[in-house]
Design a protein around this ligand. Structure first.
Ligand code: IMP
Ligand code: MG
Length: 182
């Protein structure tokens, strides 16, 4: 695996992200922060402890990979969502790839849940053609269009625990898939 961002770089990036969000909202502005599970798990835990405003914290589950490395049909499970009606919401995800996940969740937060404002924050922004007009409001890192794992990001739910971010090369993807089928 080729390391793209090591622990120190990730740590600095999350610091910068938190500072930007703090500056935008101010340290007294109550915020409802929602983690898009499961990829944002590690980022989320680090980020919310660095934000200085009072926060309500919740999660929503979204999955689009369904075992592959290319975005597929999006499934959203909002059973664990907290009430966001009339609240200022920050959606936190690991990566902005096609953009469909955050686009769909943002629409859902407005139309179905009645949030009063919604911003989006991601650790990674993949440099590729996105499928939606939405762009994330806060981004820690721009990365090339490669498949990455670690710091919450997975392939077949593996590698989320790695403390660094690495590119999973095609032969490693194939080997992981084969290993998981045994
Ligand atoms: P989007 O809807 O295409 O923007 O995809 C966003 C979701 O796809 C992210 O929340 C990730 O869970 C997943 N994803 C996209 N690119 C990668 C990658 O390179 N590695 C692991 N997961 C990814
Ligand atoms: Mg995800």
């Amino acid at each position: 695996m080729r390391v793209l961002l090591d622990e120190t770089e990730l740590n600095d990036g999350v610091h910068r992200l938190a500072d930007e969000i703090d500056q935008f909202y101010g340290s007294r502005h109550p915020l409802t922060v929602i983690a898009v599970m499961t990829g944002s798990l590690v980022l989320f835990a680090d980020l919310i402890r660095r934000l200085s405003m009072p926060q309500r914290v919740g999660v929503v589950q979204a999955s689009s990979y369904r075992g592959g490395t290319v975005s597929g049909e999006l499934h959203v499970d909002s059973q664990m969502m907290i009430d966001v009606a009339g609240k200022d919401v920050l959606l936190v995800d690991d990566i902005f790839d096609t953009g469909r996940t955050l686009d769909r969740l943002k629409t859902m937060m407005f139309e179905e849940c009645g949030a009063s404002s919604i911003k989006t924050a991601v650790l990674l922004h993949k440099q590729r053609a996105h499928c939606v007009e939405l762009r994330p409001d806060f981004v820690a890192f721009e990365i090339p269009d490669e498949f990455v794992v670690g710091y919450g990001l997975d392939y077949l739910d593996m590698y989320r625990n790695l403390p660094y971010l690495a590119v999973l090369e095609p032969d490693e993807i194939a080997a992981t898939a084969a290993e998981q089928q045994r």
